[in-house]
Design a protein around this ligand. Structure first.
Ligand SMILES: CC1=C(CCC(=O)O)c2cc3nc(cc4[nH]c(cc5[nH]c(cc1n2)c(C)c5CCC(=O)O)c(CCC(=O)O)c4C)C(CCC(=O)O)=C3C
Ligand SMILES: [Fe+2]
Length: 374
């Protein structure tokens, strides 16, 4: 047994995720939860419903979060970190408000949150903070005592996130036919978001005005460059790479980040690229956006083109990721206690802020958000 590790002032960790349907009857109510008040066209919703029905109405995301929960509890126990871990979702059971109620009733008052989104953006950060504020408001209305909730810093550039993804890219290269491996391009993918949301992602200093994509794009480019370098070192081959996007929704007249992965595959094929590795660095697990948008849709596009592709896995419940979460928890706990700590980060951007400053990833219409300065 390792030495006892000190999580104070925290008394619990909350794993906060998206949630997904667990059977055909869940699909429509799940999509209603996701899209409430967001103006997503009906046609797009019907189409996305079909993605889920193709997989029996079951998203893989809940099983993946259960596996991550197990990995975190195991890592904490083996390394002397005595901190309970609970799990709640934005859009499906176990719902965040129910989880938080249980935590408060068990006596937890200083809760640290791990969101299953590694980068800055409204959808990946502030929207979760709004969900926390809503849950706190619900508990307050029930007359319960309110816990103080903090959120871990963005972990996109933590070695425990980047190294498993680097290994996954190497494994995906190995899956390609040997004769096209050295010539393979790497397409790093992430969720497309409206360019307006990308430009205002991250703290105000990181905002851009011309569609360059603010902190969201800068963080992904940083991760992609680190992985591409590590892959070059490991294989001795310098492969071309690009950051591309997937899973666009919203009305067609609103600009979203481009190019889409399928258009990118077409372009690479036209240029004579012999093969492509798709690496979904924007996601924490192989959930539906990966299983459908890459493994189904983009894979079909590649087959139509006759372009060999393979797809790198995400970190999921990799023990190195669980260990990274433990390190981040201990780091933040020490910072809250006023102690000096080392803050681990690869790439050029350095460790992210601990507390989202005023104006970080603003919402189109401002709503209360927890775990930040506004
Ligand atoms: C940045 C980002 C992440 C990564 C960060 C994070 O992980 O949080 C993410 C993750 C996910 N997105 C998911 C599912 C959906 N996202 C949608 C819609 C949207 N996502 C957006 C952005 C993001 N989304 C945006 C700007 C919209 C438009 C509407 C809006 O402004 O809110 C819709 C509506 C239908 C449609 O696709 O149009 C669905 C069903 C699932 C679950 C998958 C599963 O079930 O396994 C996951 C993990
Ligand atoms: Fe999404």
């Amino acid at each position: 047994m390792a030495d006892q590790q000190d999580p104070r002032p925290y008394d619990a960790l909350l794993l906060l995720s998206f949630g997904g349907p667990e059977g055909p009857d869940d699909v429509v109510p799940f999509l209603e939860n996701v899209t409430r008040g967001r103006g997503i066209p009906r046609e797009r919703l019907k189409e996305v419903g079909q993605h889920y029905f193709l997989f029996g109405g079951v998203s893989p995301i809940n099983a993946q979060n259960r596996a991550l929960l197990d990995a975190l509890r195991k890592d904490f126990a083996e390394n002397g970190l005595d901190l309970p871990v609970h799990w709640g979702n934005r859009n499906w059971a176990p719902y965040l408000t129910d989880t938080l109620r249980t935590m408060v009733d068990e006596g937890h008052r200083r809760i640290l949150t791990l969101a299953t989104s590694a980068y800055a953006s409204y959808s990946g950060c502030r929207q979760y903070r709004e969900n926390l504020a809503d849950a706190l408001a619900a508990l307050e209305a029930e007359g319960r005592p309110l816990p103080r909730i903090d959120k871990l810093r963005h972990y996109f550039n933590h070695p425990g996130f980047i190294r498993p993804m680097t290994d996954a890219v190497l494994a995906a290269l190995d899956e390609l036919p040997a004769e096209v491996r050295d010539g393979a391009h790497i397409a790093f993918t992430t969720h497309s978001i409206p360019t307006a949301a990308a430009d205002t992602s991250g703290p105000v200093e990181a905002h851009t005005t011309d569609g360059e994509g603010g902190a969201y794009v800068a963080q992904h480019l940083d991760v992609a460059a680190v992985i591409a370098d590590a892959v070059r070192e490991a294989t001795g081959v310098d492969r071309p790479w690009r950051l591309v996007y997937q899973s666009r929704s919203g009305a067609p007249h609103i600009p979203w980040l481009e190019p889409d992965i399928c258009d990118h595959l077409e372009e690479l094929h036209a240029q004579g690229a012999p093969a492509v590795v798709m690496a979904p660095i924007g996601f924490v697990s192989d959930h539906m956006e990966v299983k459908y948008d890459l493994d189904t849709e983009a894979a079909a596009k590649a087959a139509e083109l006759g372009l060999p592709v393979s797809r790198a896995g995400t970190v999921g419940a990799d023990p190195r990721f669980a260990a990274a979460v433990r390190e981040l928890v201990l780091e933040r706990a020490a910072i809250e206690r006023g102690e000096a700590v080392e803050r681990c980060a690869l790439g050029a951007l350095g460790p992210s802020h601990d507390v989202c400053p005023v104006g970080c990833c603003p919402a189109r219409s401002p709503r209360p958000a927890a775990a930040g300065l506004d």
